[in-house]
Design a protein around this ligand. Structure first.
Ligand code: FEO
Length: 404
């Protein structure tokens, strides 16, 4: 039985959700599942916008057959060749060999890489600004390279003012009958997963996302149809504001994220001592995470949110605590910028963690490492209370100053 929903009079949602997959891209935990969105336009010509992941393949084809209601398929617009959206392309070609595949030249060139031997009868390579009339609708193609692969493009339906935005504005989280963002409390229930998706999937490509936002601003968009998560038909202002901040690598909030690595609890204690001192000084909404117990995608997401990071780590094998090192290398790879960082280090005989954390942070752009690093041997000593107070003073004063 089909699960389609109508978006516009002639635009149908035919996607599906996976609640069984534990990790998206086999990397990111998705306890709330994920949706794979796909859309059908029923104009004089019929158009399928992207396929879906094979996990929802049976439902996808049932929905597609229902939406087409016996009509043929004229076009398949490929926005993105990542397999969560293109893996069913081979089966679409088998069922509708007459379909014309529309995509960027790079997307079309990837078809052979994923589907060796595939021989689509008709392809149409499109470039920036190209248009395609399907009858009542005019589709306007805009290239969006590196959001989040090089072949990506988006499509603006000039007639109904709908933007098919590919991975942009996507999120982790399965859809549950409600497919529109205005059908639930998006800010309360979805924003954290949306940030985590953005930071980890598109975060490295902020400059390219900014280009896409500018292209969007130049046309009149009323509805946004992403490849994952809810569809926007109004009230998108808050998410656009967040996208501006995230893509410009600006912190979303003046707030403190404390991430610690700990072996026997002593470094954890130092992190907790600083958190209490910050709270004493009026700092609110402090977040404290154990780097070994928290998935790195959550820590990355929180780093995109907060203005100040405190990193507390033991020295390990003469190097840096491995989980902390992995977290910092992820932040560097994702191009986090414009943050202030404080360091706490532990080392029983040869503390090196602060120097090693500083080396990674020093290779990142616009990261200010505070001079008030606190070094302790094995455990924080009573005599170091003043150092912790000083660090809490500096951080809380900066936050108060930013708050005006
Ligand atoms: Fe949802 Fe980049 O694929």
């Amino acid at each position: 039985m089909h699960t389609t929903r109508k978006i516009k009079e002639d635009l149908i949602y035919i996607g599906g959700s996976d609640r069984r997959l534990s990790r998206f891209e086999n990397l990111f935990p998705i306890p709330r599942g994920v949706s794979y969105n796909s859309y059908v336009l029923l104009d004089e010509k019929t158009v399928l916008f992207d396929t879906a992941d094979e996990a929802v393949g049976r439902l996808f084809f049932e929905n597609l057959e229902y939406a087409l209601d016996g009509r043929g398929l004229d076009y398949l617009v490929i926005h993105h060749m990542e397999p969560d959206h293109c893996v069913l392309l081979g089966e679409v070609l088998r069922r509708w060999p007459e379909v014309t595949l529309v995509g960027s030249a790079k997307a079309l060139s990837m078809i052979q890489q994923f589907f060796a031997g595939a021989a689509p009868e008709r392809t149409l390579a499109v470039s920036e600004g190209d248009k395609l009339s399907t009858g009542r609708h005019t589709l306007h193609f805009m290239m969006a390279p590196m959001v989040h692969w090089p072949e990506v493009m988006v499509t603006y339906d000039e007639t109904d003012k709908v933007l098919f935005s590919a991975d942009a504005f996507g999120t982790f989280g399965a859809l549950s009958g409600n497919i529109f963002a205005d059908e639930f409390d998006f800010d309360g229930a979805w924003m954290d997963d949306t940030r985590r998706y953005y930071a980890n999937i598109c975060g490295k490509y902020g400059a390219q996302v900014q280009v896409l936002l500018k292209k969007m601003a130049a046309v009149d968009v009323e509805t946004v149809c992403p490849l994952h998560g809810p569809i926007w038909r109004d009230g998108m202002g808050l998410l656009l504001e967040k996208y501006q901040m995230w893509s410009a690598c600006q912190p979303e909030e003046q707030s403190v994220l404390i991430v610690y690595g700990t072996m026997y609890g002593n470094t954890e204690n130092a992190a907790a001592v600083l958190a209490a001192r910050l709270a004493d000084r009026g700092v609110r909404n402090i977040k404290l995470y154990d780097v070994s117990e928290t998935d790195v995608s959550e820590l990355v997401s929180e780093s995109f949110r907060c203005s100040h990071l405190v990193l507390a780590a033991p020295t390990y094998n003469g190097g840096l605590h491995p989980k902390m090192e992995a977290f910092l290398n992820d932040l560097k790879a994702l191009n986090l910028q414009n943050r202030t960082v404080a360091l706490l280090e532990n080392g029983t005989w040869a503390p090196a963690a602060a120097r090693l954390m500083g080396a990674i942070l020093g290779a990142m752009k616009n990261i200010t490492v505070l001079e008030n690093t606190v070094t302790f041997k094995s455990a924080l000593a009573e005599g170091q209370a003043a150092s912790m107070d000083m660090l809490a003073d500096v951080i809380s004063a900066q936050l108060a100053c930013a708050a005006g």
